[in-house]
Design a protein around this ligand. Structure first.
Ligand code: RIB
Length: 291
């Protein structure tokens, strides 16, 4: 079984600010970190730190070669990351004194994925292999379609949620992992349980995980419902906590073949990330969170 994560790679500028900037306001930041990020890269790092072999596919510009080094240092296979003329994607992340964040994203090279690139990256993978994809690259629907044709197990994290997700055949996906904001955008509903029910009612084969920040996470499939509380920590920086959860949930499913155990592992890992500064640099190794 092999794992391919087709996803974004970003240069993150993380500014620590007393509060998130409001319209027409200028705020002086206390601290700036320049780190590697992108929901795709962060999830690959989480999978690698959980002990799995990961292939990452995606695109950077010449200014983003450091991201390749970062991936390689974690043991991530980058043979399907293309380096082109477009600037590397980047994110401007504000983190306030409570550790909450907001993110402005520039897609850049992440949106230069071609059909040839998709076919080349998927070529070595077969039925039973995993595809993980987020929504920070172009042609997510095509990637899902091609992976489904091969019989791959598909995990979609539709983050950030945009209208293009409605073009994806969600009946071809096995796991949908999203947060409450994305769930509300997708269904038009506010109540977390109602969001889950609406999604599973529409797509009965889906296993859905809805993350709720400090309220933990909920899981629903046709036959099971589980609630997972958080492991409380002092909040330092919530950046990449969701990515850590996603990577570790998949790792937990592969390790334990059990949803409740996977939820616990993911929650432990996300709590660790929330207690540490940075994006990919805040993700724990499996040894930090297991006995
Ligand atoms: O989920 C956190 C990530 O979102 C950051 O690393 C940033 O690059 C944005 O993609």
């Amino acid at each position: 079984m092999k794992i391919l994560n087709f996803g974004s790679l970003n240069l993150d500028h993380i500014y620590h600010v007393p509060h998130l900037v409001r319209p027409q306001e200028t705020v002086l930041g206390d601290d700036l970190e320049l780190v590697s990020g992108g929901k795709g890269l962060n999830q690959s790092v989480a999978l690698a730190l959980a002990g799995l072999n990961v292939y990452h596919a995606g695109a950077i510009g010449k200014d983003g070669k450091s991201l390749l080094e970062v991936c390689r240092n974690y043991g991530i296979d980058t043979q399907f990351v293309k380096c082109g003329q477009t600037k590397t994607g980047h994110a401007i992340v504000q983190v306030d004194s409570q550790g909450q964040n907001c993110i402005l994203l520039y897609g850049g090279a992440n949106f230069s994925i071609t059909l040839d690139h998709i076919e080349e990256a998927l070529e070595p993978f077969e039925a039973g292999d995993y595809l993980i994809v987020q929504n920070e690259i172009n042609d997510v629907d095509v990637i899902i379609e091609k992976a489904a044709e091969k019989g791959m197990i598909i995990v979609l994290n539709p983050s950030p949620y945009r209208e293009n997700i409605t073009h994806c055949h969600l009946d071809r996906i096995h796991y949908l992992i999203l947060n409450e904001i994305e769930g509300a955008q997708m269904t038009g509903l506010e109540d977390p349980r109602a969001i889950l029910k609406a999604i599973v009612h529409a797509y009965p084969n889906l296993k859905v995980v809805l993350t709720l920040g400090d309220q933990g996470a909920l899981y629903l499939d046709e036959a099971h419902f589980y609630e997972q509380p958080i492991y409380p920590v002092d909040v330092v920086d919530t950046t990449a906590a969701g990515d850590t959860f996603t990577g570790y949930f998949i790792a937990g499913m592969l390790r334990y073949q059990d949803v409740q155990e996977a939820l616990k592992l993911a929650s432990r890992a996300a709590s660790y990330a929330v207690g540490h500064k940075g994006a990919s640099s805040s993700i724990p190794s499996i040894n930090n969170i297991t006995d």
